[in-house]
Design a binder for this molecule. Sequence first.
Ligand code: URA
Length: 216
Amino acid sequence: MRISYPTDLLAAVKKATVGCRLTGFTPGQGPRHPKLMLIGEAPGRHEAKVNVPFSGAAGRELMKLVGLIGYSRQDVYITSVVRQRPYSVKVVKDRRTGQLVKKTPNRTPTKAEVRAFAPLFDWELQYVAPQILVPLGNTALQRLLGNQARIGQLHGQPIEAPIQKATSADTGYRWTKRKYRLFPMYHPAALLYARRLEPVIRDDWQRLGKYLRENK
Ligand code: URA
């Protein structure tokens, strides 16, 4: 299922991101009331083109990990804390032709961009109502648990805690009254640039599989 977001929330995001280098719009995807909601950082170039979350190189790694615990793409809800592709603008010399060319590589979203999308994410979380939140990497983890949280410390274990929710009046967050179940994981893109993490990441996902079997 492809989610359709409330138009007033989309308009608020648009207003809050004026002047930001963001492009495309990739909606979250998956069933409502799933066991797992996988939460990434922001769409990359491939996702922004085809509008399917985690459909590029990092997505292929993610789907292998999801397969390790006996799930498939259809079983999980997939989204990210920012729904547009953040890019930067670089002018570089083309090695072959010597011409100056403009490049627009992906970049990590800023905290202000994450906050601009926060009401949309909060709505999505409530609408989808997953049992367990799986933040992938520091951007998603810190959106939920605050800037002090570190994926290097919290990966591969269950956590029950309040999460941050956007306040309606200003540009901050407040803590939810209820606790959520989380199982933080390294971002699957880490497998593309830090292969040494592969055994750790696989072990984390095996732990999640075990946790799911033991906590039906
Ligand atoms: N990285 C993310 O965080 N989300 C995607 O959809 C793709 C790459």
